[in-house]
Design a protein around this ligand. Structure first.
Ligand code: TGC
Ligand code: FAD
Length: 391
């Protein structure tokens, strides 16, 4: 891959709205991505392997639990800093951002928000430092968009619970030390359980053959009569709203992350268009390529404004789930369209691993599907504005 020459576009001077802390956090993440992700990510994506050596660096830039309080090992930052970290990481690769999203929003957040003090103290500092890695099991082979139909279940056996079932498409599962697993009790009520690697009957086979998120490890979670200690139940919240509450936090991070992938595609295409000479002039001097580039920067700017305002609302505790859905849907759609256009600006070079665009484009096919598909988020907006569920 070529040297990373990335320069972040800021067409509406949004930096002026950021605090000094926001900029420090953002710049540290940006430098880390340039130094530790850009030089290696293409190789790991090509060989479909998660680069485990980056875990320490992710912890150091505050990517594991950015908004979890410092007394539990988190970075104690606000929601805009959290968003900016996700943006910078996804500028490098969506799969790396996935790892951070899962660890922060889908593993640390439920332990922090729904766990006991003993669970917080036992797991959060180790998750924040990367000593423990986690994963989140909601999706099942027959229940993706409709997680409420899940069949994974646990029975009360007196001194322990007995867990049975299976989860599919689980990011980080092949190497995770713990899994936050959502399962129904004997009354059919959904609860979260902390499952640890090594428990008898628990296995995590890897899913191979992906054309997307190749630098992120994805797998299954299989529970065959797993004995779970009673103290591993998340007692603070039950029902489908418990896992969906975690998704709100992760979807918010994705709304920012997708901007990073789009910025990288735009920046690459702009530089290439200025340098590539055809018919005796740079292709940047042709109207058709200018249309592509001008529309890209317009859409990126709109997405930045959407994410920033959502961050303000989140900081005030006023962001609704439907507002988060709108931002996730819009910004990922924006990014995937920009990736497709940017790839064309590079002509044949656009399909190679010398440039990041094709990798971003393929990654975004997962991002537009996970954490609620493009269709499901539209239906969430539809429900919010009409009052009618059309799922
Ligand atoms: P519904 O009846 O609407 O709601 C059930 C209960 O949940 C509450 N609720 C929420 N609570 C918090 N946050 C949200 N976003 C919420 N949305 C709904 C709701 O108020 C209700 O509470 P209560 O107290 O009345 O029971 O549920 P439904 O079965 O009709 O489904 C609604 C639907 C389709 C929107 C929902 O199921 C959905 O979002 N489906 C998409 C599934 C999804 O996003 N899966 C993601 C799996 S994890 C993942 O992809 C990780 S990728 C990781 C990575 O690598 O980055
Ligand atoms: P389906 O729900 O079967 O949907 C198929 C199609 O039907 C979609 O286009 C959908 O929009 C459409 N559709 C569904 N219902 C409706 C409806 N009512 N009206 C109109 N259209 C509808 N899950 C986890 O729990 N943890 C993870 O860590 C995780 N990581 C993932 C990593 C990757 C790489 C991928 C690809 C997925 C991951 N997922 C994870 C799963 C992800 O959340 C699901 O794939 C997603 O929610 C969609 O479910 P599904 O794939 O079963 O598709």
């Amino acid at each position: 891959m070529r040297p990373d020459l990335f320069e972040a576009p800021d067409y509406y001077n949004l930096d002026e709205l950021l605090s000094e802390e926001h900029k420090l956090v953002r710049d540290a993440a940006r430098q880390w991505v340039k130094r530790d992700i850009s030089p290696i990510i293409e190789e790991y994506a090509q060989k479909a392997e998660f680069p485990k050596q980056i875990v320490k660096g992710l912890a150091e830039i505050g990517a594991f639990g950015p908004y979890i309080p410092e007394n539990y090992g988190g970075a104690g930052l606000d929601q805009i800093s959290y968003g900016l970290i996700m943006q910078e990481i996804e500028r490098g690769d969506s799969g790396v951002r996935s790892t951070a999203s899962v660890q922060s929003s889908l593993v640390m957040y439920p332990i922090f928000a729904y766990g006991t003090e003993e669970q917080r103290v036992k797991y959060l500092p180790k998750l924040a430092s990367g000593e423990f890695m986690g994963c989140f099991g909601l999706t099942e082979p027959d229940h993706g968009s409709n997680p409420g139909g899940m069949v994974t279940n646990f029975k009360d056996k007196g001194d322990h619970y007995l867990l049975n079932g299976a989860k599919l498409w689980i990011s980080n599962s092949p190497f995770a030390d713990i899994a936050i697993v959502w399962a129904k009790n004997e009354e059919g009520r959904i609860h979260g359980l902390i499952i640890e690697r090594g428990m008898e009957g628990f296995s995590t086979p890897e899913t191979h053959g992906k054309w997307s998120l190749r630098a992120s490890a994805t797998g299954e979670l299989i529970f065959d009569n797993v004995k779970v200690p009673k103290e591993n139940l998340l007692v603070g919240k039950s029902g489908l709203g418990a896992p969906l509450g975690c998704l709100d936090s992760a979807r918010y991070g994705i709304a920012w992350g997708a901007i990073g992938a789009a910025m990288d595609c735009y920046d690459t295409a702009l530089r290439y268009a200025k340098e590539r000479i055809q018919f005796g002039k740079p292709i940047a001097a042709t109207q058709l390529q200018q249309k592509k580039l001008a529309e890209m920067i317009t859409e990126i700017t709109k997405a930045q404004l959407l994410a920033f305002r959502l961050g303000q609302l989140k900081n005030e505790g006023r962001a609704t789930s439907a507002q988060i859905s709108m931002a996730k849907r819009n910004n990922v759609d924006m990014a995937i369209k920009i990736a497709r256009e940017a790839r064309q600006v590079l002509g044949g070079m656009g399909i190679t691993g010398e440039y990041s665009i094709m990798r971003h484009m393929m990654n975004l096919e997962s991002v537009i599907t996970y954490e609620g598909t493009h269709d499901i988020h539209l239906l969430i907006t539809g429900l919010d504005i009409t009052g009618h569920a059309a799922f």
